[in-house]
Ligand binder design. Structure first.
Ligand code: GDP
Ligand code: GDP
Length: 455
C-alpha cells in the first residue's frame, strides 16, 4: 500500500548535503586567484557572488554535492584561502596533497593568461606522483584569442588543457563532460565502507592539544600490528594500532606525525585536513586541552564530526596539568559549550603520563555500537505512540501536526524518518531526539531526524 511504498522509499531521499560516502569526489585545486571559486560556483550553478575579492577571507564549507548530466558527485572547493604570498609555494603543495588524498579525481586550475608558474610545476609533480586522474583547466580564456595561451599548457605534461572561462561559462560543459568521464561510478577514496575489518578512527583537534602525543602513547601502549589484517584497505598515511586486544586503523596519522605547525594561513589547511580525516573515519576522537578553557575552535571540530555524521568521543587531555580549582569551571564549560553533545562519551587522559589512555578503546566501542545500532520499526512506533500521547505537538494556528509513523531509514549514523501530518517545529524535533536518546541510548553517535509531511 501507499504507506509501505513511502517507507520503502525512505532510504532513498537524502539531505541536501555531501553525505553519501559512495559518491565520487572531485577536488578543484590551484594557486590563489586562478579562478577556483568562480569555477566551483559555475559548476554548482550558483548565482550569488560568493567569490571574495577581500584577502584573508576563508570559507569553512568546502564540500558540496554537484550534479552534471544527471550524475551527482562531491565537489571539494579548496579556494578562498588566504591570498598571502608568504610560504605560498609550500601551501599550494600541501593543498594539492590533501586534495589528492581526499579525491577520486582532481581539476587543476591554471591561469592561462599568466601561464604555468614554478608553483604550478610543483603541483604537477605531486599530481603525477599520486596517479590520480587529473583534468588540466586553462582558465581565464574569455575569448578565442586566449586559446593559444591554453594550448601552451600542453607542456605541463598533464594532457589536453581544457580552455575555460569560469567567469563567463565558456568551455565549462566540455570540462564537466570530461570530469564525468574520469570519475569512477563509486568513490574509491578510503572511507568507511565494509564491515568486518578494523574500525577506522580519526584523532582530531586544534593544534597543540596533544594529538601526536596521544598517538605515540597509543602506539606504545600495546604491540603494534604490522600488517596483513584481513579486510583492511589502508593508505600509507594510516596506521594500524592494537587497542583492547584488537587492531584499529588510525587514519591520516602522517598529518599528525608530520606536525606541520605553520604560523600563518595554517587554519584553512588544518581544517581541510581535519575534515579529510573525519571523512575517512567511522569514529573521531576530538582531543581537547583540559587544562585551559575550551575555545570556539574546539567546538568547531566537534561540530564537524557531527555534521559528517561520525561517531564521537571527546578526550580531555593534559589531565596531569589540571588544577583542582579549575574542575568546577570545567564542568560548567562542558554544560554550556558542549550542551549539544552531552551524549558523547568523555574520557579524561594524560597522553604524556599515559594515565587512562588505555580507556580510550572502551569509549570507541561504545560510540561505534551506537553508530551501528538499529531500532526495530515496531519498537520505534510504540515509543512514538507513547511520546505523542504524553506530549503532543503544540497547537499552532489551530493546527496540530501528528506523527503518523516512523522508521529508521539508516544506520551509521542512525537516521530516522518521521511521517507527519505537518511540519514539526525544531523544539519538538529536539524533544523527540532527546527522548529517543533516553529510551534507546545512542551514546556517542549523532542521530538524524527527517520529517516527511503527508497532506
Ligand atoms: P581562486 O582564488 O582561485 O578561488 O580565484 P577566484 O575564483 O576568487 O577568482 C580570482 C579572480 O579572477 C576574481 O576576480 C575572478 O572574478 C577572476 N576570474 C575567475 N575566473 C575568470 C575567468 O574565467 N576570466 C576572467 N577574466 N577572470 C576570472
Ligand atoms: P598536537 O599539535 O595536537 O599533535 O599536540 P602535541 O602532541 O604536539 O602536544 C603539544 C604539546 O603538549 C607538547 O609540548 C606535548 O608534550 C604537550 N602535551 C601533550 N599531551 C600532554 C599531556 O597529557 N600532559 C602534558 N603535561 N603535556 C602534554
Amino acid at each position: 500500500d501507499e504507506d509501505r511504498a513511502l517507507l520503502e522509499g525512505a532510504g532513498g531521499f537524502g539531505d541536501d548535503d555531501a553525505d553519501d560516502a559512495s559518491l565520487p569526489v572531485l577536488a578543484v585545486i590551484g594557486r590563489p586567484n586562478v579562478g577556483k571559486s568562480t569555477l566551483v560556483n559555475r559548476i554548482l550553478g550558483r548565482r550569488e557572488a560568493v567569490v571574495q575579492d577581500v584577502p584573508g577571507v576563508t570559507r569553512d564549507r568546502v564540500r558540496y554535492t554537484a550534479e552534471w548530466a544527471g550524475r551527482p558527485f562531491v565537489l571539494v572547493d579548496t579556494g578562498g584561502w588566504e591570498h598571502d604570498a608568504r610560504g605560498l609555494h609550500a601551501r599550494v603543495a600541501e593543498q594539492a596533497e590533501i586534495a589528492v588524498e581526499l579525491a577520486d579525481a582532481v581539476m587543476f586550475v591554471v591561469d592561462a593568461a599568466v601561464g604555468a608558474t614554478d608553483t604550478d610545476e610543483r603541483v604537477v609533480r605531486i599530481l603525477r606522483k599520486s596517479g590520480k586522474p587529473v583534468l588540466l583547466v586553462a582558465n581565464k580564456v574569455d575569448d578565442a584569442r586566449g586559446e593559444a595561451d591554453a594550448a601552451a599548457l600542453w607542456n605541463l605534461g598533464l594532457g589536453e588543457p581544457f580552455a575555460t572561462s569560469a567567469l563567463h561559462g565558456r568551455g565549462s560543459g566540455d570540462l564537466l563532460d570530461a570530469a564525468l568521464a574520469i570519475l569512477p561510478e563509486r568513490s574509491a577514496v578510503a572511507r568507511p565502507s565494509g564491515r568486518g575489518g578494523p574500525r577506522r578512527v580519526a584523532l582530531v583537534g586544534k593544534p597543540n592539544v596533544g594529538k601526536s602525543s596521544l598517538l605515540n602513547s597509543l602506539t606504545g601502549s600495546e604491540r603494534v600490528v604490522v600488517d596483513d589484517v584481513a579486510g583492511t584497505t589502508r593508505d600509507p598515511v594510516d596506521e594500524l594500532i592494537e587497542l583492547g586486544g584488537r587492531p584499529w586503523v588510525f587514519v591520516d596519522t602522517a598529518g599528525i606525525r608530520r606536525r606541520v605547525h605553520q604560523a600563518q594561513g595554517a587554519d584553512f589547511y588544518a581544517s581541510l585536513r581535519t575534515q579529510a580525516a573525519i571523512e575517512k573515519a567511522e569514529v573521531a576522537v576530538v582531543v581537547v586541552d583540559a587544562s585551559v578553557p575550551l575555545t570556539e575552535q574546539d567546538i568547531r571540530v566537534v561540530q564537524e564530526v557531527i555534521d559528517a555524521g561520525r561517531a564521537l568521543v571527546i578526550a580531555y587531555n593534559k589531565w596531569d596539568l589540571m588544577d583542582p580549582e579549575r574542575r568546577p569551571f570545567l564542568e560548567r564549560e562542558i554544560e554550556l559549550d558542549l550542551v549539544q553533545v552531552q551524549w558523547a562519551p568523555r574520557v579524561n587522559i594524560s597522553a604524556k603520563t599515559r594515565w587512562h589512555v588505555d580507556r580510550v578503546a572502551k569509549h570507541l566501542d561504545t560510540a561505534l555500537e551506537s553508530w551501528d545500532s538499529r531500532v526495530p520499526t515496531g519498537r520505534l512506533n510504540a515509543f512514538l505512540g507513547e511520546l505523542a500521547a504524553a506530549h503532543p505537538h503544540p497547537v499552532r494556528s489551530g493546527k496540530q501536526p501528528r506523527v503518523l509513523f516512523a522508521t529508521q531509514a539508516d544506520t551509521r549514523p542512525p537516521r530516522f524518518v518521521l511521517f507527519a501530518t505537518g511540519f514539526l517545529e525544531p523544539g519538538y524535533r529536539r524533544y523527540i531526539e532527546r527522548r529517543l536518546r533516553e529510551t534507546f541510548g545512542f551514546a556517542g553517535t549523532p542521530i538524524q531526524l527527517s520529517v516527511r509531511v503527508r497532506e
